[in-house]
Ligand binder design. Sequence first.
Ligand SMILES: C[S@@+](CC[C@H](N)C(=O)[O-])C[C@H]1O[C@@H](n2cnc3c(N)ncnc32)[C@H](O)[C@@H]1O
Length: 493
Amino acid sequence: MIEIRSIDERRKAIALATPNKHKSAMGQFMTPSVIARFMASMFNSLAGKNIKLLDAGAGIGSLTAAFTERAACEKANSLDCEAWELDPKLHEPLAATLKACGDLMEENAGKFSSLIRSEDFILAFTDLFAKEKMVAPTHAILNPPYKKISSASAHRHALRECGIETANLYSAFVALALTALTDQGELVAITPRSFCNGPYFRPFRELILAKSALVQIHVFESRTQAFQGDEVLQENVIFHLVKGAKQGSVIVSSSEDATFSDLRTKTTSFDEIVLANDREKIFHLATEEDKAETTAAMERYSYTLEDLGLGVSTGPVVDFRMRDHLCAEAGSDRAPMVHSHHFEAGFVVHPKFEAKKPNFIQVNDETRKWLMPTGCYVVVRRLSSKEERRRIVPAVFTPDAATGDLVGFDNKTNIVHQSKKGMDRDVAKGMAIYLGSTFADQWLRKFSGHTQVNAGDLRALRYPDIKTLAAWGQKIDIALPSQEEIDQLVGGI
Ligand SMILES: C[S@@+](CC[C@H](N)C(=O)[O-])C[C@H]1O[C@@H](n2cnc3c(N)ncnc32)[C@H](O)[C@@H]1O
């Protein structure tokens, strides 16, 4: 065994000695050995193999150490590690870990070699890849840094050269490693769960699905909890991909936290994870208990928005682009501008002068194409914070709230509509009841790892039929009933 205890101690000592600012600038949240070992255990047999391991963003080498333990124990023939770490302060402890890895392999009659690469993984690896100078890894084990990468950055440009379009460092690391792997090469990574849905990560999900088979995905049921020591509030997943393999069933495992003391595992068909014909390719990560409940619920409410003749889009008015046309007061050439601060008891109440945002938008040649015909819509807030009780916050917009023929909906909302026009009033009210239910909220949480509610999330939900929605809608007038009453109507999961 490698002195894992000493790795954990060194990890903690380095974390304590490193200023938080530096840690967050570098995305330095190191993997505890218990998680590293769990990750290493996900790979297929290593016995007798000649392995070329990639550990990109290696930190002090905790993941490589856990992998080496397994390789040595299973008598891999040889292990050649390439550890990429940008922060020179970590090179010494990383070298010490690699030295221990070498000793362990040799004790077990295996060959070992290693290389620390101190360049920026994205910039240097894409360059090697483009020049075909890269030796393809057979295995990759990753806990990549998390950070947004802007579309004009050198990182984004370098990735594009390799055909990778993604907006976060973590998805970039995984996409690049997966692209580089040999055929049948394996990758295990721990990342935030945010890639599982949302439009920004759709190209990344498509890349994963096009290049590999998803073999296992592990969900931490409670937030954080993987990197408690480093106090990172993230919902994490661990996944195992095999490049070029045929997609079969998927193991979905879960545990409350990083001790894995309550590890639950089940095998699920792939189309329960990514629904057939889902253009968004959302990864639904329901665990064992969730599944039975959700399956029962899906049988009850099985209609897509499309089945109901409805659609959903992001609110078209981006306020900073329309700044010159927004105004505080009403006027004959002005349409109401609806933001989520107009929500009150499940309805849009307009105007609201106490809120600082402009209540109206001028109707002219520049703005007209961003406005919608007035009618009955359901407006759903897009952003919420982790602390908020509900993620889906809906409100009915009716023409009673508006003057004129057109209405502007803010981009930080989603609009449920009928062919980009309003829908039947009762259906709109019934839809707000459904979206306001604990049931719909919990359902969304099962596949959404982030706090945004995007149009794609609402498209992925399943709904009651139109008649049920209209019947619910008839029960209310200008305010949604209490949460308890809504939940009684809709039913629980
Ligand atoms: C989330 S930490 C994980 C470290 C290690 N893999 C582990 O699991 O303990 C990510 C590591 O990537 C390094 N890093 C950040 N940006 C990098 C880049 N562009 N290229 C290479 N390494 C980078 C950080 O310094 C940090 O050590």
